[in-house]
Design a protein around this ligand. Structure first.
Ligand SMILES: [Zn+2]
Length: 1159
């Protein structure tokens, strides 16, 4: 017996040595064909000969691998049989690999690392020379928010002017700008609006505009234009449209796919929607918009002007701003200003902005201060057209007999409006929602205004010059008259919007949160699909045909995401059926992305390229299953048995820095083990799956498998999950300890390896959870977080609560999809005593589940988790709320509240579209609802020693109503309409899940002084967590087989943690300086500016920050001279740009890679 064992051991050792040699050879030989597959100008013959050589080598290697695999299997069997003598060949690794990156590099040799010398002091963020005239937070602090009756201009004052203000040399120049505001979905779906109204607007446009040379029109929404162009426009109509565009009679303004929401949208989503619109325009019309037009988003963000600036816009128009702010700016003639980023001390980011002064963008509130008069000049409202003037005086047709009186009347309004601005150039928008759909409206507006224009222009004494115009006409005349330096500088943003009374539009920050969360999921998919597609295309892993197919699928998905950025879509302010229509489109888009991602991943892993690629090929299953458009997604359960004993998991990291995370997948059996990409067994944790909608329970035959992974930037890395012999000694797998409280009726049926503690007594004390060396959470007997103990032992009280609001129920005074009008402060959400609580704890992950049931109010399954992740040694806790407001309740808004002893006074910070942080203050003088702000991604409060940060997976509303507090809305159910046109309440609530990360950080001394009074920055740790939350690791599953791809793909990227790869589309068009249309790839980077005061400095070791430097050649093979300056939507190409990037903090830089992709 003993001899047999010894000889087994001997042979096993021999085989091990043999395998090791083979492995070394294999690894080396992978590097042999170091062919650089340049994308352009590669001699095809040379390429194919290389290719065939490569294929030959690959075939040999594959055979080699099969053999190695067989030997290894035999070896494993032998090793298993001789367990007691045979130590494991490879030690389980430490949690995460540290030190030098493993070289999986496939193509090209690593370029020498260069450090670009650049002078940081030239960055806008470093400068202080330029001052701001209007700072919005300061204005909020100084003004009183009284709502005095201003007379005909209710929210303003009685405007007066002197007749001699104008002369023959100094005329009032009026530009009448006809427009039609077309929501891509609101009361009707996008397609139904198109069929019912928008199609006719285009048809009439090309018929009616040519009737007069002076006739002008502006158009904003490219989604509609493209639908008409591609489905209904005749060749003749297209030609006419093109001519009108060339002659300047039509101007396309902004030209995004939609007019995006500015509160909930993520800036990366806004970039996608601008790109979608602009790429369509350049491809189909050769057109690039110059002036922006955002008249309906419900409040305006300070990220938007920066994005417009980066896109190349020259001027911009906004409208929905708090009436009191409008009045203040109007009083000081500051409605036209240079909108500057909070952190910019140089003026480099200035975007010239015109703010409309009155209540609305409709005609009654656009010609001047008196809506009763202006309404008479909306000739759609001529009697008999089905729409009237609510002020009781109808328009009159202009005829020679009344033209003098009528012209005098409107000129008086124009002159009054001009008093609010610094120039004698006046903008008068002439339009409304879905206007100009009937041919007689075109006749009525243009013909009547022609009469007025002719009369006024002929009447020299009136010193006025009136014409139809576009925004371009208006701004050109304005800038000719007033120097840019004569306009004030403004910084800050315009939230929270109120249009009248105390009607603050802070409800829509939270309305329809299920779909808001779906928006972020889709955003992460579109980005991942776009980036991995570009990687596959640029590395020549795909055939040309497949590259186009991938592009088309990504483009389809991008359009669904772009559509949802519309200000009634992600805002949650469309009717129920329209929301479902958006959700259907997003669901399809997620599937398109998953299809593209798994294919691109396979092509990258499979070298040389496989020739018979087709669009339908499914190589991997993406571990995120979306079945319905209003149902939470599920995960794949990896089913392992003797027939199918092992599964491969390919992780894709779509970030440009290396990430270290604890991942969790579901497996069908607790007897599993995990192997890293090199085949080393890894430590892993198995926990039972806790689920349930109202009551908790263990799911049978399903377990969580958690283990740490390290994935390089933009890399694919394969781990293996295998069935383990349940009888063999278990060295690498830990089973969670399980505690169950208040679960009186449960019979727990879990495999015996889980240590179960189920006290019979009710839980009456605090409980704690911890995973290995993670932060420790102290929770109340309800499972709510009470305090966080950092890995180094510091305790910070953080009290978590749920609260609820009811609505005022007055006539025209209640909460609805847009408005939040609570009837008073929040009340605690009363939940059943002794909720069911389950705690699972192991070396990597610990979770506390609590079923918080509040009968007739809401039910929340709370999951509080901590992870043992040494790369983020900060006090970080994940909170996952799966919630449903009771369908029987009429009006309820549910919020989660954290209370700390942080001494922040009334100051707090929120993010702006996930792009930057802005300082805000709680203001007692404002009503509760005015103190709610958008929370697209992050918020924090701080004092001299501690900072408390909340990151959110879903854009929601937030407030900081008391010192030390952060409150985040979760969902809202409202039975009434709030009179903003939607004509319904919000009653379509579905079970929704939000994931938050809360982080406690201590200050390091000394803290550098704050950069500017109005902005803030996340710490490195919070930024890393936020990026990982926004762009989760993608897990792709496949069954191990003999023809499997390489275990990893990466290029030796040295991306720093403060760099964000914002966009990387594989096929874009751009116009060069000399007017040529070029085709190639686009790429956009952002360098964030991080706070260096708070947080554990050890994080820097794991997530090094660079100096905004990036070698483009690390990512893509492109000749240096083909790297050109680009614009954010990639439709402009400038002069050559350095391929070695050095970005200023807060800089966003776009490049156009002038490479043709034809094979
Ligand atoms: Zn709208």
């Amino acid at each position: 017996m003993r001899i047999r064992r010894l000889s087994t051991f001997f042979w096993a050792t021999c085989i091990v040595v043999f395998i090791l040699i083979l492995y070394v050879m294999t690894d080396l030989s992978f590097k042999l064909p170091s062919i650089k597959p340049a994308m352009v100008e590669l001699d095809d013959n040379k390429w194919s000969s290389f290719e065939s050589k490569l294929r030959h080598i690959e075939n040999e290697l594959n055979q080699h691998h099969v053999m190695v695999g067989e030997i290894k299997d035999t070896m494993d069997q032998i090793a298993e049989q001789s367990q007691e003598y045979h130590p494991p060949q490879k030690r389980p690794k430490k949690l995460f690999k540290e030190g030098k990156q493993k070289d999986y590099k496939v193509v090209g040799d690593e370029p020498p690392r260069m450090h670009i010398k650049f002078n940081m002091s030239t960055c806008p963020i470093q400068q202080t020379k330029s001052k701001t005239d209007v700072q919005m937070l300061s204005m909020y602090e100084s003004i009183t928010f009284e709502d005095r009756d201003g007379g005909v201009w209710k929210q303003g004052w009685n405007i007066e002017y002197k007749d001699n203000q104008w002369s023959q040399k100094n005329k009032l120049k009026v530009f009448i700008v006809p427009h039609s505001h077309n929501d891509p979905g609101w009361i009707k779906t996008f397609e139904n609006y198109y069929k019912a109204q928008t199609k006719a607007i285009f048809t009439n446009m090309v018929e009616k505009l040519p009737e007069g040379k002076g006739r002008k029109f502006i158009w904003a929404e490219t989604s509609y234009l493209s639908l008409w162009w591609n489905s209904d426009a005749t060749e003749k109509e297209k030609a006419t449209f093109q001519n009108l565009l060339k002659s300047g009679q039509i101007e396309i303004v902004t030209g995004g796919w939609v007019m995006n929401d500015e509160a909930n949208s993520h800036w990366l989503g806004i970039v996608q929607q601008l790109t979608t619109g602009h790429q369509w325009l350049i491809d189909n019309l050769g057109y690039i918009p110059k002036n922006a037009w955002a008249i309906d988003p419900f409040g305006h963000s300070s990220a938007q002007p920066y994005l417009l600036k980066l896109t190349g816009f020259e001027n911009s128009i906004i409208q929905r701003v708090h009436y009191r702010v409008k009045k203040e700016l109007a009083l000081n003639r500051q409605l036209e200003f240079k909108w500057r980023q909070l952190w910019d001390g140089s003026g480099a980011t200035d975007m010239f902005t015109h703010m409309m002064p009155f209540y609305s963008y409709d005609v009654p509130h656009s010609c001047g201060p008196d809506p009763k008069i202006c309404c008479q000049f909306d000739f759609k409202r001529l009697p008999g057209n089905g729409i009237t003037c609510p002020w009781g005086v109808a328009p009159r047709k202009i005829i020679p007999k009344n033209v003098e009186e009528r012209a005098g009347l409107i000129l008086d309004q124009w002159r009054k409006k001009a008093q609010l601005y610094r120039s004698n150039v006046l903008l008068f928008p002439l339009g409304d929602d879905f206007r100009y759909d009937r041919s007689n409206e075109w006749d009525n507006q243009y013909q009547n205004y022609d009469m007025l224009i002719d009369f006024i222009n002929a009447n020299d004494d009136w010193n006025a010059e009136v014409q139809f115009g576009t925004l371009n006409d208006y701004f050109k005349a304005l800038h000719e008259e007033v120097k840019m330096s004569d306009f004030p500088v403004l910084s800050g943003d315009f939230f929270t919007y109120a249009d009248r009374n105390q009607h603050y539009w802070s409800g829509y920050y939270t309305s329809r949160p299920f779909y808001k969360s779906m928006d972020r999921v889709l955003l992460s998919y579109v980005r991942a699909a776009e980036i991995i597609t570009s990687q596959a295309v640029s590395s020549r892993s795909v055939t040309y045909i497949v590259s186009l197919q991938l592009r088309d699928r990504v483009e389809q998905a991008r359009r669904a995401l772009a559509l949802f950025q519309h200000h009634d879509a992600v805002a949650g302010t469309a009717r129920d059926d329209v929301m479902l229509d958006y959700a259907n489109k997003m669901l399809t888009a997620i599937k398109y992305c998953q299809s593209a991602i798994q294919q691109a991943a396979y092509y990258l892993l499979k070298q040389p390229p496989i020739q018979d690629q087709t669009q339908e090929d499914i190589y991997f299953d993406v571990d995120d299953i979306w079945r319905k458009n209003n149902e939470l997604p599920t995960r794949i359960t990896i089913a392992l048995d003797v027939m199918s004993p092992s599964r491969r998991l390919v992780f894709y990291n779509a970030l440009v820095f290396r990430r270290h995370e604890v991942v969790t997948v579901l497996v069908s059996t607790p007897h599993v083990e995990v192997f890293d990409p090199d085949g080393n067994p890894m430590m892993a944790q198995i926990s039972p799956v806790v689920a349930g909608e109202r009551r908790l329970g263990f799911v049978s035959n399903k377990f969580q498998l958690s283990f740490p992974v390290t994935i390089d930037p933009l890399a694919l890395t394969t781990y293996t999950v295998s069935l383990r012999d349940s009888m063999s000694i278990n060295k690498y797998t830990s089973y969670s300890r399980v505690r169950i409280y208040n679960a009186d009726y449960w019979t727990v049926d879990l495999p015996k390896m889980f240590a179960i503690d189920q006290p019979t007594a009710r839980l009456s004390n605090d409980v704690t959870i911890q995973a290995g060396n993670s932060s420790r959470v102290l929770a109340t007997m309800n499972g709510l977080v009470k305090a966080i103990v950092s890995p180094d032992g510091r305790t910070t009280p953080v009290h978590m609560d749920f609260v609820q609001y009811d609505t005022q129920k007055g006539q025209d005074n209640n909460s609805g999809a847009y408005l939040f009008i609570p009837d008073g402060p929040a009340q605690p959400l009363k939940t059943d005593a002794f909720p069911e609580i389950v705690i699972t704890e192991g070396p990597y992950k610990a979770t506390l589940y609590s079923a918080l049931i509040s009968p007739k109010n809401a039910e929340i399954i709370l999951a509080v988790s901590v992870y043992n992740n040494p790369s983020l040694p900060q006090s970080e806790v994940e909170i996952c709320n799966t919630l449903l407001i009771d369908p029987q309740v009429d009006d309820l808004e549910l919020a989660m509240r954290f209370s700390t002893n942080i001494n922040n006074g009334d100051v707090f910070y929120t993010d702006v579209n996930g792009m930057q942080m802005i300082k805000r203050r709680y203001m007692e003088k404002l009503p509760l609802q005015a103190n709610f702000y958008p929370l697209p991604a992050a918020a924090y409060i701080e004092d001299g020693s501690t900072r408390f940060t909340v990151l959110t997976s879903t854009p929601l509303g937030m407030a900081a109503l008391q010192p030390g507090q952060i409150e985040v809305m979760q969902d809202r159910r409202l039975s009434r309409d709030d009179n903003r046109g939607m004509n319904q309440g919000v009653l379509d609530n579905v079970r929704t899940r939000h994931t938050f990360k809360i982080i406690v950080e201590n200050a390091n001394n000394p803290c550098p002084p704050p950069l500017s009074a109005g902005s803030g920055q996340l710490s490195l740790g919070a930024h890393v967590s936020q990026q990982q939350q926004l762009q989760p690791l993608l897990a792709l599953h496949y069954t191990a087989n003999e023809n499997e791809p390489r275990p990893a793909y990466s290029r030796a990227l040295y991306g720093a943690a403060d760099l964000v790869l914002a966009a990387f589309p594989s096929h874009v068009s751009a116009e060069s300086k000399d007017g040529k249309i070029l085709h190639g790839m686009g790429i956009t980077f952002q360098r964030v500016h991080l706070d260096t005061c708070y947080g554990n400095r050890a994080i820097n070791k794991w997530y090094p920050v660079g100096e905004g430097q990036f070698q483009l050649s690390d990512l893509v093979d492109v000749p240096a001279e083909r790297v050109l300056r680009g614009s954010l939507s990639h439709s402009r190409a400038g002069p050559p740009a350095p391929a070695a990037l050095a970005l200023c903090p807060m800089e966003v830089r776009s490049l156009f890679l002038n490479v043709t992709l034809q094979h």
